[in-house]
Design a protein around this ligand. Structure first.
Ligand code: AMP
Length: 193
């Protein structure tokens, strides 16, 4: 039995906090493509040098690289019982690659969890965070743009996983404890399937 999960949510949705809980619950590794890429960049590996310019500009690393990294990572021994992917897939072509790779092993994405937080709410949270951290680059305009890009890119993925019958939307507004409780209910449903 494997548990292959994907977590999605807008910036400021609290994905990091909850991803950790989900991975712990299922005893699966939490795999963040952003973290993998940043680590390579910091360590100046061959891959790090290749992807540096994309990361710095906030552009997508080419699929040829990203797909390979994810395929390699999910075939490692700590992921034999499954995985929680964070930051991947980010597009329909990536979602199709993941589907095809898993199908070769008679597996699939068992659930795509979407932490549902409205644009207005995440904007408030991001503005507050910018204020606390004294960040001047997170202006309302920049935040609006980031959110616009996110929702535009994510909607097709939500449709894709809805059609696959595995989309699990979780209300991401409320206290951390409330959201954790909702996620627990969803995780128990996933376990029963
Ligand atoms: P994140 O921390 O998920 O926002 O990712 C940081 C950066 O890593 C992104 O801005 C991209 O440059 C790159 N990246 C992460 N995941 C992907 C992906 N699935 N496809 C392409 N690029 C990615």
């Amino acid at each position: 039995m494997t548990t292959n999960l994907v977590i999605m949510g807008p910036p400021g949705a609290g994905k990091g906090t909850h991803a950790k809980e989900i991975a712990t619950h299922f005893h699966i590794p939490w795999i963040s493509t952003g973290d993998i890429f940043r680590k390579h960049k910091a360590e100046k590996t061959e891959l790090g040098k290749l992807i540096e310019s994309y990361i710095d500009k906030g552009e997508f690393v080419p699929d040829s690289v990203t797909d390979r990294i994810v395929c390699e990572r999910i075939s490692q021994s700590d992921a034999t019982a499954g995985f929680l992917l964070d930051g991947y897939p980010r597009s329909i072509p990536q979602a199709k690659v993941l589907k095809a790779v898993l199908a070769e092993a008679n597996e699939r994405v068992d659930a795509a969890i979407y932490l549902d937080v409205s644009a207005a709410e995440v904007k408030q949270r991001l503005l507050k965070r910018a204020e606390i951290e004294g960040r001047t680059d997170d202006t309302p305009e920049v935040i609006d743009h980031r959110l616009e890009v996110f929702f535009e890119a994510t909607q097709p993925l939500l449709d894709f996983y809805e059609q696959e019958g595995v989309l699990r939307k979780v209300d991401g507004e409320g206290t951390i404890a409330e959201i954790a409780q909702r996620l627990l209910t969803v995780m128990e449903e996933i376990e029963r399937n």
